[in-house]
Each structure stands twice: as structure tokens, then as C-alpha cells.
Write a protein that binds this ligand. Structure first.
Ligand code: CIR
Length: 252
């Protein structure tokens, strides 16, 4: 199992922000937390490979947004924020060794953070980053491969996966204040506690879930439901509006 990651760039202090006010980011702490995250991926059985760093691209650590990887194909995105579009070339180069590549093209825009795959269902947030033409392009790539693509309008958070991520092949964790669970039918869901609105972003990695250490109630709830949970400190990158799914692309 391979995990692609990308270094935290010093320019992250100039990252894109949509729903958060800018707060100072401690670069050393962000680098340390990112390293702990990579260690958690290794512990889950992944070989961690870093894509060439892009020190001048402030959001390049959030590699999830640059591609959506399936067993059959890797779809290289056209990120919604223009500042992020130069991030994709190096990621495409790395993915070429592992999957056939298809690129999303203008006028479509899409961030990987808006794409939630659960089995053969692919839910796609229509957000400030992802538009209708992207849904059409995804459908034409994925329908022949046997996936069902469903659009989900998003207004209250950055990406679909800010509000919902998969726990297993039938169940998700969901912040119902941000996304209506009925949009995800037939999936079942566990709700995030009101005190941990950002905890719906957890990463399914091998036999476990990687959960932000800042969401202890969610971690306890998931453990009580029988999931193996590993926590990682994620507060510093959260100031850049990133969560635990954003910092890797997992290739099974
Ligand atoms: C951005 O606004 O694009 C970055 N500051 C955060 C991206 C987080 N990515 C994700 O949730 N998939």
C-alpha cells in the first residue's frame, strides 16, 4: 500500500482560506505534526512516498485535492482555487507510475476534498471549488467503470469531506449541520458531537481510522463502535483549513 504525501511548504502562511480567519501558523510545529501523520500511515502499513516539494505553492501539502485515485484510474484534478492549479503536474508525474491518468479539463474545476468514494458510490460536493462540469466529466470517466456518481450541494463548509468521510463500506461519519445525511442514502452514518464539528474528517487507512487528536470525543465514540482508532495531532494544519484526509493520496 502506497501513500503519496508532500512536504509542508514555508509559504503555507499565505494559504487559501475560505471559512477561517487567518491565524499565525507555527511552521516547525506544522512540520512536526505532518511527520507524525506520515508515521501513522507507516504504522497502518503504507509505504510513504513524498512527491517533489513545491516550496512556493502555499497549499501543496494538501495533496488530496490534486487527484482522485481509483483502482482502475487516477483522475488529476483542476483545483478550484487558481493558486493551486500548478500543484498538479508533479503529482501526475508520481501517479503515472501506478495508474492510467485522466485529467479534468476547463471549464471544470474540482478539488479531491470534494470526492467521497464508498465502495462503488462516488459522492461529489458542488462547492466553491467543484462545479457542475466536473460532475459531467467524472461521470463520463467513472460510469463505464461501474461507479455511480452523485452530486451533493455544499454551502456551509469548504469541501464535502470537511463534513463527511467513510468509516467502512457502508457507514460514514457526518456533521449533519453541514450536510444532510439523506443526500448520502443508502449509507448509514454516525454524527459528530456538536463540540467537534471538524471531526467528520477522518482517514480510513488499512485496518484503522486516523482521527485528529483534537477530537477526543469522536475518537472515543468510534472506538466504542468497534473501530481501531489512531489519533494524530492536527491543529497546526487545521489553521490552514486542512484535515487528516487532505495530506495524502492513498493507493491500495
Ligand atoms: C485550501 O483552501 O485549498 C487549503 N487551504 C486547504 C485545503 C484542504 N483540503 C482538503 O480539505 N481536502
Amino acid at each position: 500500500m502506497l501513500a503519496l504525501t508532500r512536504a509542508v511548504p514555508p509559504s503555507i502562511v499565505r494559504c487559501e482560506l475560505t471559512h477561517l480567519a487567518r491565524e499565525p501558523i507555527d511552521l516547525d510545529r506544522a512540520i512536526e505534526q505532518h511527520a507524525a501523520y506520515e508515521d501513522a500511515l507507516r504504522a497502518a502499513g503504507y509505504l510513504v512516498q513524498r512527491v517533489a516539494p513545491a516550496p512556493e505553492l502555499p497549499d501543496s501539502v494538501f495533496i488530496e485535492d490534486t487527484a482522485v485515485v481509483f483502482d482502475e484510474v487516477a483522475i488529476v484534478t483542476r483545483p478550484g482555487a487558481a493558486s493551486r492549479r500548478p500543484e498538479t503536474d508533479a503529482v501526475e508525474l508520481a501517479l503515472r507510475q501506478h495508474r492510467p491518468i485522466v485529467r479534468i479539463t476547463a471549464p471544470a474545476t474540482i478539488d479531491g476534498g470534494d470526492v467521497l468514494t464508498v465502495g462503488r458510490r462516488v459522492f461529489v460536493g458542488i462547492s466553491t471549488r467543484t462545479n457542475e462540469p466536473a460532475i459531467g466529466q467524472l461521470r463520463s470517466i467513472l460510469t463505464p467503470l461501474g461507479y455511480l456518481v452523485t452530486a451533493v450541494p455544499i454551502e456551509r463548509c469548504l469541501h464535502l469531506k470537511s463534513a463527511v468521510t467513510a468509516l467502512d463500506d457502508g457507514r460514514v461519519i457526518l456533521n449533519t449541520a453541514w450536510v444532510d445525511g439523506r443526500a448520502l442514502e443508502p449509507l448509514a452514518w454516525i454524527e459528530t458531537p456538536a463540540t467537534e464539528p471538524h471531526a467528520a474528517n477522518v482517514l480510513r487507512a488499512g485496518d484503522r481510522l486516523i482521527v485528529p487528536a483534537e477530537a477526543p470525543h469522536t475518537a472515543a465514540r468510534l472506538r466504542s463502535e468497534g473501530y481501531r482508532v489512531e489519533t494524530v495531532p492536527a491543529a497546526e494544519l487545521a489553521k490552514a483549513e486542512g484535515g487528516v484526509t487532505c495530506c495524502s493520496l492513498l493507493l491500495a
